[in-house]
Design a protein around this ligand. Structure first.
Ligand code: SAH
Length: 225
């Protein structure tokens, strides 16, 4: 990436490439990518790399902010629109939460759970700096239990997990509304399949494979399985 390009130019370039690759398909996802400044979500020593289409380390936490192409694939698969209520497991930098907030708007809500306290602080700060604190609530905890933890009510229109699961946590299935979507990478440590589950009825899901992918592991407690 040329050092002479401004962040805005780099952002436009990234969106152009993701559209050409057929990964950004909808106007809603395109506008969100154009609006949210990724340079405000990467770790400070990675700012120069903010618009490279690769995952970047989040300091010494051993976690990463996902590559933009993977975020685009997930956002399209989620079929978001204004007013929806979303649960995210794995807030990390807060970047994907900000993009979702941009799409669901002020009548919607994004609840994003993160288990590492340092990242909860980082994400909260980033989201506040860019003006998404009213829509996104960042919570410290084990996202596999859903939010509120262990609730069996159908609370969310969309549930998205941004870390690799070995199995699909039961509370996340329960907390997805009927007709809603649960998006989750499932598989082993080195590769997973991004699964899109559409909830048909209480225990019935229509399952589709979206793409092969590689995420950092979801930390899973036995209780959540
Ligand atoms: N969506 C993020 C990418 C996050 S990487 C972004 O846009 O930056 C996955 C995140 O999931 C990591 O920060 C990791 O700490 C978190 N995580 C892993 N297991 C978790 C769990 N059980 N509950 C909540 N967060 C978890």
């Amino acid at each position: 990436m040329s050092v002479h390009m401004t962040f805005e130019e780099q952002r436009l370039n990234l969106v152009k490439n993701l559209k050409e690759e057929g990964l950004i398909k909808s106007k809603a996802v395109e506008s969100a990518f154009l609006k949210v400044p990724r340079e405000k979500f990467v770790w400070p020593d990675e700012v120069e790399n903010a618009y490279l289409d690769i995952p970047l380390p989040l300091g010494k936490t051993r976690q990463t902010i996902s590559a933009p192409h993977m975020v685009a694939i997930m956002l399209e698969a989620l079929e978001l629109r204004r007013g929806l209520k979303v649960l995210e497991v794995g807030c990390g930098s807060g970047y994907s939460a900000a993009l979702m907030a941009e799409i669901v708007g002020s009548n919607g809500r994004v609840v994003s759970i993160e288990r590492i306290p340092e990242l909860v602080e980082f994400a909260k700060r980033n989201l506040a700096n860019v003006g998404y604190s009213d829509v996104v609530e960042v919570i410290l905890g084990d996202g596999c239990l859903g939010y509120p933890p262990r609730s069996e009510e159908e609370i969310y229109d969309r549930v998205v997990v941004t870390a690799a699961a070995s199995t699909i946590p039961k509370y996340l299935k329960k907390q997805t509304k009927q007709g809603g979507i649960l998006l989750i990478p499932v598989g082993g440590s080195w590769s997973q399949t991004l699964k899109k589950l559409v909830k048909i009825s209480v225990d019935k899901f229509d399952v589709k494979d979206v793409t092969e992918c590689v995420f950092v592991p979801l930390v899973e407690s036995d209780e959540a399985l």
